[in-house]
Design a protein around this ligand. Structure first.
Ligand code: NAD
Ligand code: ZN
Length: 360
């Protein structure tokens, strides 16, 4: 038996206001005055006089605002990399992603593609990256995905939605400043927060579970319950705890896997562009046969926060379109194997999967 040897984020700062230390953190990492830091920032902060003036810019450093309306695409990564190479005198000193999972994933992917030949789509999969990326920093502004700690960057490519999973993907530095999450709209807070909750349920109920994953998953689940169900926390406490839930949830799946909601949500996302958080919620709401306890609590939390999920998003799809979603979902073999065991193909047939999608 050979065990996987996983990398972890080597440096992390936690604390409200810690974003102000970014300048001190970056200074020693500057390779030369011609090697800029590139800040990839969610464009929701473009006109934000509270955050943007605090981004430390000097020499040729550059802020690139990116919309998070759509999830990251391999072509988008290639275009960003080309733009950065064309405009910088030297290879950048670092890439800093500021935003949610979308921006964090883009920062990770751009960092990798600055030092590896070819196109981002060539690296979708497991352990295909050859060279370490440039120094990269992740600064989440919304909590739940675990992208700040994970070993993957999830990208939609020409033929599939699949992560670049590699030892070079995790950030070199993360800044966990929960104050940055204070203006997240309520529905989005719930959807992205539930991504974390679903990571826990899928990891803790999976066949890949081990004590490492369980210790993180239990902790993340208990934090999610405090934040979304028990409701005795101040705003700041709730933001801090959700940030740590996201971290632990991400750590839990590093050494196990996610499951059915994620596999099916990838299908929705690929065909319909449904975003990760809300897509997971839409799917998970119908998975009581697989995760009875988890779905019961999910429904209670949904009710508590008056969240109404979209219904009927698959109502008008053709058979061909169902087939596309089913292909994307079934392609994610480790997720199914984790959820249902080695004989998963006997349990989750195409017919069964279609019936589930038809309910959504
Ligand atoms: P997101 O980055 O897509 O952002 C969601 C919305 O919240 C956007 O409209 C964004 O502008 C807004 N927003 C973010 N921070 C805000 C703030 N502080 N104030 C106001 N608005 C704010 O959201 P997400 O759910 O964090 O990320 C989803 C993405 O993460 C998907 O692309 C998914 O594939 C990816 N993901 C990656 C991993 C991983 O391990 N790499 C894991 C799960 C999900
Ligand atoms: Zn997820």
């Amino acid at each position: 038996m050979s065990y996987k040897n996983f990398p972890m984020v080597p440096r992390v700062i936690f604390g409200r206001g810690s974003f102000n230390q970014l300048s001190d953190i970056l200074a020693p990492k500057r390779l030369s005055i011609n090697a800029p830091f590139i800040f990839l920032v969610d464009d929701v902060f473009k006109a934000n006089s509270w955050l943007t003036p605090r981004i430390p810019i000097s020499y040729d450093d550059k802020i690139i605002y990116v919309s998070a309306d759509e999830e990251p695409k391999t072509e988008q990564v290639d275009a960003l990399v080309e733009d950065i190479i064309l405009n910088a005198k030297e290879r950048p000193s670092g890439i800093i992603g500021i935003g949610g999972g979308t921006l964090l994933d883009l920062a990770k992917a751009v960092s990798i593609m600055l030092t590896n030949d070819g196109q981002a789509k060539d690296y979708q999969g497991w352990d295909l990256v050859k060279n370490a990326g440039v120094y990269h920093v992740g600064i989440p502004t919304i909590s739940g995905t675990g992208a700040e700690v994970s070993r993957t960057t999830v990208l939609t490519g020409p033929s599939r939605k699949l992560g670049i999973n590699s030892d070079f993907t995790p950030f070199d530095q993360v800044i966990l400043d929960s104050e940055l999450t204070k203006n997240v709209p309520k529905d989005q807070w719930f959807y992205t927060g539930m991504d974390c909750y679903i990571h826990c349920i899928e990891s803790l109920n999976g066949t890949y579970l081990n004590a490492f994953s369980q210790s993180y998953g239990d902790m993340a689940l208990s934090l999610c319950k405090e934040v979304f169900f028990e409701g005795r926390l101040s705003k700041a406490q709730s933001q801090e705890k959700l940030m740590m839930a996201s971290w632990h949830g991400g750590m839990s799946i590093v050494y196990s896997q996610v499951g059915i909601a994620h596999a099916m949500s990838y299908g929705l996302s690929y065909l319909l562009g449904t975003k990760h958080g809300i897509g997971n919620c839409i799917v998970f709401d119908h998975l009581e046969a697989f995760y009875p306890e988890g779905v019961k609590l999910f429904k209670a939390m949904k009710e508590k926060h008056n969240i109404v999920l979209p219904a009927g998003i698959c109502a008008d799809l053709s058979d061909k379109e169902f087939d596309i979603m089913i292909d994307v979902a079934l392609d994610l073999v480790p997720l199914w194997e984790n959820a249902l065991g080695k004989n998963w193909e006997k349990i989750m047939t195409r017919k069964k999967l279609k019936e589930l999608y038809q309910k959504m």
